[in-house]
Design a protein around this ligand. Structure first.
Ligand SMILES: C[S@@+](CC[C@H](N)C(=O)[O-])C[C@H]1O[C@@H](n2cnc3c(N)ncnc32)[C@H](O)[C@@H]1O
Length: 746
């Protein structure tokens, strides 16, 4: 009987595994044990003393604290963080529940600018304490609109060590569901302001071999709309070369093409995930050493491919949420041996508050699932293990003979008991600096993959390189996306030929003189430097049917010089305009999408931005499609004078009774007949309502619809939910940007 694997970034979750997880919620502390796990990790000597081992094991048996990161561009995040510090935390300072003091959230000490938080509060308290209940709904709403990211603290680390800047070409090789992609995007957009987005000159290529998960990633990334993001659906270990014109395409390359290389690459590879045991309790029952053994080959091939795709002065971060040296130090060691021009970067002075342990320099693999014996060397394994000839462990699973030269101690091991977190592994790799005066020969020698050949291409029936054939169950994905489907590494290696199976719509750039685009630019009052030659549509004819997307120059260059089906391009740029039916007797027009506004805003003629106020904001938030007569003067007069269609309203900071808008807010509205509506989706509206008015103030839609019908049967009603439905059904839904989510400024 085949057993479904369930590893991090690994596989589909069956309903039975969901049930298992449910049952595992009930796992008693006394059942949180696994002899194989204990024997294996004790044999690896991961901790120096017995006392520390006990602390480690005890921490693994306690629930993981809730952690979250204030997300979005820097200014937006800092501003929301101030609200948490000034309003929410003081309200939680003296909470008592059943005569016990409940500690408030605290900032994670190593996260830059104090933007990450941690709290450890039982569910009962979240449900019953009014103060925590309020904080919890705040988190839920802000998470829905993307201003807060519920992410394990340790999973926030890899992007921090990558040091991404807005001009970098960045690749996230195994990106779904995208929590780290979001961090990388934020770094690329470091120059965004509270209300408008910058257009970075760099790019972020987020890839995942699982098609469904790429769509999940696209959905998540829509929270930080970026013209610099593209998503592909390929096996990272075999990632093809992307072609771009030499010399940046400015004509200096004489029409020659070169391979696109990256400044920064994140390899957050699929792994056994035993570092997540505090939340994936099933691991206590299922853990065995072949979980990690089976992934080593794929992990190595992904890292080796990253090394080939990296610019000479680029940087790679390799990470897993596994504690197993076979998935960590062994992968790094083999990659360094096959690419001796690389070295591990010493980052011990970075994030000084982060408690970490050095990488291991010795470890003892085994293929015996009971861990009856472990072996110091591959030779000892072959000589003593009766199954050695049938298992596929390679010398690369063991420490190499020159292990001392590799400085594996520069890898970082994060153990749960050090700072009450999950377990994690991070390594930073760069090419070695070339010494002044180094001979050409030496440089050539350093650049040639001499010592160890690159890991072979996967063989589909190889049990060690194929998750589906590795015996035993492995843990649930660490990402918390239980329902999300995920491919096994073997599935990803077995991708069908792209042209046969790839069903995405093509990407066609419009001429800047396209009459529909010109009329859209005109009606939306966009100023001259709007990058109209970077607008694309997605349908076979290349016509403007419904939506238009904006990319930056480098993404445009990639699309124009590569077959999108070969690179399995699943998304590119961000959707900015969409067609809106005009209603009875009115022609259809284009509107700026809520989520596209920050990108388009720098090009909206300021003379055409309407001034709103707090009382108008209240009417917009309370009703879904208020009549213009519902607004007070002078805003009502302004609305009456507007032509039908899309407009942008600016609400300056202000107070109204108990409500307070702390920062300028800009939103698109749509005027149709005698009504107007805020073009933001329901979740964004809820979050806005909670943030500004302290509660959900919108009138239940059914009641309002009924009232509206009675009042004005001729009014063309547009509400955000109906717009969502239309957008999901549109012809270019393959873009994956299916649901408008905006990040309203604070
Ligand atoms: C650990 S998860 C990545 C988590 C992600 N970086 C994040 O922070 O949200 C590993 C991912 O690798 C993907 N994957 C598995 N095999 C792959 C391969 N050969 N190439 C690319 N992605 C792969 C899985 O689908 C999974 O989404």
């Amino acid at each position: 009987m085949s057993r479904k694997k369930n590893r991090r970034g690994g596989n589909h979750k069956s309903s039975s595994s969901k049930k298992d997880e449910y049952r595992s919620d009930l796992l008693a502390k006394s059942d949180m044990k696994n002899e194989r796990f204990t024997r294996y990790y004790q044999a690896q000597n991961i901790l120096p003393t017995e006392k520390e081992w006990e602390d480690f094991m005890e921490t693994l048996r306690t629930p993981l604290p809730t952690t979250f990161r204030v997300a979005g561009s820097r200014q937006t995040a800092n501003s929301l963080n101030e609200m948490i510090k000034e309003i929410h935390v003081p309200a939680l300072n003296d909470v008592e529940f059943e005569n016990q003091k409940i500690p408030p959230p605290v900032q994670i000490p190593w996260y830059p600018d104090g933007l990450a938080w941690q709290f450890n509060v039982p569910k009962k308290v979240l449900r019953k304490s009014p103060e925590f209940k309020k904080f919890h709904s705040f988190l839920v709403f802000e998470t829905e609109v993307g201003n807060v990211s519920r992410q394990e603290s340790v999973s926030m680390l890899p992007p921090l060590f990558l040091d991404v800047e807005p001009h970098h070409k960045v690749m996230d090789m195994c990106a779904a569901p995208g929590s780290k992609t979001a961090q990388l995007l934020e770094a690329l957009h470091a120059q965004d302001t509270l209300t408008s987005s910058s257009i970075p000159t760099g790019l972020l290529l987020a890839n995942d071999s699982d098609y469904k998960r790429t769509h999940l990633l696209i959905h998540q990334s829509a929270r930080l709309p970026s013209p610099a993001l593209m998503v592909t659906n390929l096996d990272a270990s075999n990632y093809p070369s992307i072609k771009v014109p030499s010399g940046g395409g400015g004509g200096g390359g004489g029409g020659r093409m070169e391979q696109l290389l990256f400044d920064r690459i994140l390899c957050d590879v699929p792994c056994s995930g035993d570092g997540t045991i505090r939340k994936n309790l099933n691991i206590w029952k299922t853990w065995q050493p072949n979980d990690g053994n089976g992934l080593h080959g794929l992990q190595l091939r992904i890292l080796q491919r990253a090394m080939k795709l990296l610019k000479p002065d680029g940087r790679i971060v390799y990470s897993t949420c596994s504690l197993n040296p076979v998935e960590n130090e062994a992968v790094i060691a083999s990659a360094l041996l096959s690419n001796p021009e690389f070295h591990l970067v010493d980052v011990s002075t970075r994030l000084s508050e982060l408690k970490r342990r050095p990488g291991l320099t010795s470890w003892r693999p085994t293929s015996d699932r009971t861990v009856a014996a472990t072996y110091e060397t591959y030779e000892a394994f072959v000589a003593n293990d009766l199954q050695a000839s049938t298992t596929k462990l390679t010398p690369g699973h063991w420490p190499p003979t020159n292990v001392e030269e590799l400085h594996l101690e520069r890898c970082m091991r994060i153990y749960p008991h050090l700072q009450d977190s999950g377990g994690f592994f991070v390594a930073v790799l760069e090419r070695k600096p070339i010494a002044v005066g180094q001979s050409k020969e030496k440089k050539r020698a350093a650049a040639s993959p001499a010592l160890v050949p690159e890991a072979k291409k996967p063989r589909l029936a190889d049990p060690l390189n194929s998750a589906s054939t590795t015996p035993g169950n492995t843990p649930a994905p660490a990402t918390g996306l239980a329902e999300a489907s995920a491919s096994t590494p073997s599935e990803s290696q077995d991708l069908p030929a792209p042209e046969q199976s790839f069903k995405e719509m093509p990407y066609t750039f419009l001429s800047p003189h396209d009459p529909t685009l010109l009329s859209c630019i005109n009606r939306l009052h966009l100023i001259n430097d709007f990058p109209s030659s970077n607008v694309l549509v997605r349908n076979p004819e290349g016509d403007v049917v419904r939506s238009m997307y904006l990319t930056n120059d480098i993404i445009k260059t990639v699309i124009q010089n590569n077959d999108f089906t070969k690179i399995r391009l699943t998304a590119a740029g961000t959707k900015v305009f969409t067609k809106q039916e005009g209603g009875k007797g009115n022609e259809a027009q284009y509107r700026i999408l809520g989520e596209g506004l920050p990108v388009v805003l720098p090009y909206v003629d300021p003379a055409n931005v309407i001034q709103g106020n707090m009382s108008a904001l209240k009417v917009f938030v309370e009703s879904h499609y208020p009549l213009t007569t519902s607004f007070e003067e002078p805003f009502r007069d302004i609305l009456d004078e507007l032509c039908l269609g899309c407009h942008v309203v600016k609400f300056p900071p202000g107070d109204l009774d108990d409500a307070s808008l702390s920062h300028e807010l800009l939103v698109p509205i749509w005027k149709s007949g005698v009504s107007v509506s805020l073009m933001v989706d329901k979740k964004a509206k809820n979050a806005l309502s909670l943030r500004v008015f302290g509660k959900e103030i919108s009138v239940p839609k059914q009641r309002e619809k009924k009232e509206e019908k009675e009042k004005d049967s001729d009014t063309v009603m547009v509400n955000a939910d109906e717009v969502n439905e239309e957008e999901e059904l549109e012809e270019d839904a393959g873009s994956g940007v299916t649901e408008p989510i905006i990040i309203p400024a604070l």
